[in-house]
Design a protein around this ligand. Structure first.
Ligand code: PHE
Length: 350
């Protein structure tokens, strides 16, 4: 028995020296401690032994088993540690290496302007509403007092989809929608920022551009309300010293209609290249909602009055950030867009 014990422990010592991987260790374990392992075999013929022999064999086998187990476990710890160290070595991070530059995103000039416009009007109790860019002829023209065949349609080169549908040429279509949707015919105070489409394409016109529409309907609304609102709006967007001027104009859906100029925010009104030496810059179309438009929207023009205005977002963005070509606003060149955090800081004098 003692011979067997010595033999097992000797072979184990030799085997242990060969082991380097976890897989080999598993195999080694089964060679000694498995069902048919060397240590297990020590007790395979117990039934044939006498009581005394059994006790002796049992004791030796137990002793061998615990020595073998201990040695294998010790080796297992060593191998685990080795694997861990190798892994740590491989995955070491060299913190002295220069880092990759993380590029920070930047908000598009349009969103900067839209946020300011929304802040202003929401603070005055307006709702911000949206409408679809794919619109019906009815909402974009007919309900705005531009019947089929009306010459005013020529002024807005329209992308038609078919007889009924088109890409909206103006956010004024949302005026028509808002009046229809307001079933209770209660007062309306809304603005609608959004994209519109026309068949133009040059340095100052894009086939797609941004507008903000405004509509107020209530009792006793007058042109003075429109003027006061737009004056405050211009000051908020372009600076406290901004003055506003109304010129008579024509839109089919407003009567009277006005074109709204603001004093040039570059020269303050003395004349410069930006305002073409006039001291004024045109920024808005507006007027009192035409009685026909009110009627088609379900509002009795004898009871209700209102004003509406529409402004191009692109012009505001181009002026505010001195952007020379409108198409820059739509090409999403990161080098172009990245500048605006800095430009806003410079403009922060507002
Ligand atoms: N929809 C007009 C345009 O696109 C602007 C406008 C809106 C004028 C509302 C009057 C009232 O030119």
């Amino acid at each position: 028995m003692e011979e067997k014990k010595d033999y097992i422990l000797e072979t184990l010592e030799n085997d242990l020296k060969q082991i380097t991987t976890e897989q080999q260790l598993i195999e080694l374990k089964s060679k000694y401690l498995g069902k048919k392992g060397l240590v297990t075999e020590l007790t395979s013929n117990m039934r044939e032994l006498t009581e005394e022999q059994r006790r002796e064999v049992g004791a030796v086998a137990g002793e061998v088993r615990s020595i073998v187990t201990e040695k294998i476990n010790a080796l297992s710890c060593q191998i685990q540690e080795k694997i861990l160290n190798e892994k740590l070595e491989k995955e070491k991070i060299d913190i002295s290496l220069p880092s990759k530059k993380v590029r920070r995103g930047s908000r598009h000039p349009f969103h900067r302007i839209i946020e300011d416009v929304e802040d202003f009007f929401v603070s005055m109790g307006y709702d911000v509403v949206r409408g679809p860019e794919l619109e019906t002829d009815e909402n974009c023209f007919q309900r705005l007092n531009v019947p089929l065949g009306h010459p005013a349609r020529d002024a807005q080169d329209t992308f038609y989809i078919d007889e009924e549908y088109l890409l909206r040429t103006q956010t004024s279509s949302v005026q028509a929608r808002t009046m229809q949707e307001n079933q209770e015919k209660t007062p309306i105070r809304m603005i609608c920022p959004g994209k519109v489409y026309r068949r133009d394409d040059d340095a100052t016109h894009s086939h797609q551009f941004g507008q903000v529409e405004g509509l107020v309907i209530d009792k006793d609304i007058s042109l003075a309300d429109l003027k006061g609102t737009l004056e405050l709006f211009a000051k908020k967007m372009l600076g406290e010293n901004t003055r506003v001027r109304f010129r008579p104009s024509f839109f089919p859906f407003t009567e009277p209609s006005v074109e709204v100029d603001v004093s040039c925010f570059k020269c303050g009104g003395t004349g410069c290249p930006l305002c073409k030496k006039t001291g004024w810059i045109e920024v808005l179309g507006a007027g009192m909602v035409h009685p026909n438009v009110l009627r088609m929207g379900g509002y009795d023009p004898e009871v209700w009055t209102g004003f509406a205005f529409g402004t191009g977002l692109d012009r505001f963005a181009m002026f505010r950030y001195a952007i020379p070509d409108i198409r820059y606003l739509y090409t999403n060149d990161v080098r172009f867009l990245e500048q605006f955090d800095r430009k806003d800081e410079e403009n922060e004098v507002k």
